[in-house]
Design a protein around this ligand. Structure first.
Ligand code: FES
Ligand code: FES
Length: 214
């Protein structure tokens, strides 16, 4: 293609010149360096936290940004609690804190000073399974097993919630004690995602422990 007379530079020259300018600009002004946390010379703030995990006292000095999930997995090596989404959306990280189930990825470890924490390892171990663990095995409530520790911790706490009379979104009569029904269990377990789709068998396992037919 010929270069019009009013355009004193060829198309090839324009592209080459533009590329050279970009390269020069890149060399001349590098992007501002982003210092990673802990690399600024100032150590990140840390704090001492003491809590009981599965009946054993622990005291840790932690970066204050450490989640309870990372404290359990990376500092105490309790890797039964799983990291799925790390955003509070899958329930794989569910543990029981002072009797209530929580997503351990959504809470900082330093918020749990003095708390009593139960992970899947604290419920039962091979050879001495918790009844809920045994029910999951019996009812085939898992396939890959990645969500299972969270499902089981959640399931144990769900039955305690129902026993304590805590209503759920699907409890029809708020003046009556909630019952263990398949509908209640499905609603209450809805924060625990199972990508293998073992939901029906999970509900059967929980209902079995509650002594009802799902
Ligand atoms: S890892 Fe905590 S909810 Fe998914
Ligand atoms: S058993 Fe595989 S994700 Fe639930």
């Amino acid at each position: 293609m010929s270069t019009p007379e009013y355009f004193p530079i060829s198309r090839r020259g324009l592209i080459a010149g533009g590329a050279a300018s970009v390269a020069a600009a890149t060399v001349a002004s590098p992007p501002a360096a982003q210092a990673a946390p802990g690399q600024t010379g100032t150590p990140p703030p840390s704090a001492r936290v003491a809590f009981e995990v599965n009946g054993k006292p622990h005291e840790l000095e932690l970066d204050t940004r450490t989640t309870l999930l990372d404290a359990l997995r990376e500092h105490l090596r309790l890797t039964g609690t799983k990291k799925g989404c790390d955003h509070g959306q899958c329930g794989a990280c569910t543990v029981i804190v002072d009797g209530r189930r929580i997503n351990s990825c959504l809470t900082l470890a330093v918020q749990h000073d003095g708390d009593t924490i139960t992970t899947i390892e604290g419920l039962g171990l091979p050879g001495s399974l918790h009844p809920m663990q045994a029910a999951f095995v019996e009812h085939d409530g898992y396939q890959c097993g990645y969500c299972t520790p969270g499902q089981i911790c959640s399931a144990v706490a769900v039955l305690d919630e129902i026993k304590a009379g805590i209503p759920s979104h699907v409890t029809a009569d708020l003046t009556d004690a909630p019952k263990v029904t398949a509908r209640e269990l499905r609603e209450r377990m809805s924060g625990n995602i199972c990508r293998c789709g073992a939901y029906s068998n999970i509900v059967d396992a929980i209902a079995d422990i509650a002594g009802v037919k799902a």
